[in-house]
Design a protein around this ligand. Sequence first.
Ligand SMILES: [Mg+2]
Length: 100
Amino acid sequence: MDEAEKIKIIAEHYGYDSQSRQCIEEMAELTQAINKWWRVCGNGQRTEKSIAECRDNLVEEIADVQIMLWQIEYLLLSTPEVNQMITQKLNRQLERIKRE
Ligand SMILES: [Mg+2]
């Protein structure tokens, strides 16, 4: 079974209400993980955590958010639509960089 099939089964099992709330929770956890990474790198208030722990946490929270975004995309949108928007945005940003 590929990742897309697993996402479909999980998204259909729990549904949009549950997964959209879970997505919000995971985004908050990723926010914390990014902030913790800043702190472990010496920016802001010191943290007891090690660089390895913070890095592992960052990997986990990015994965959690990506999984939730894939489910929202599956339940509400269409992958080609999202991919097309990603392509447009990346191209636009590259154009801005070229003009800098
Ligand atoms: Mg999480």
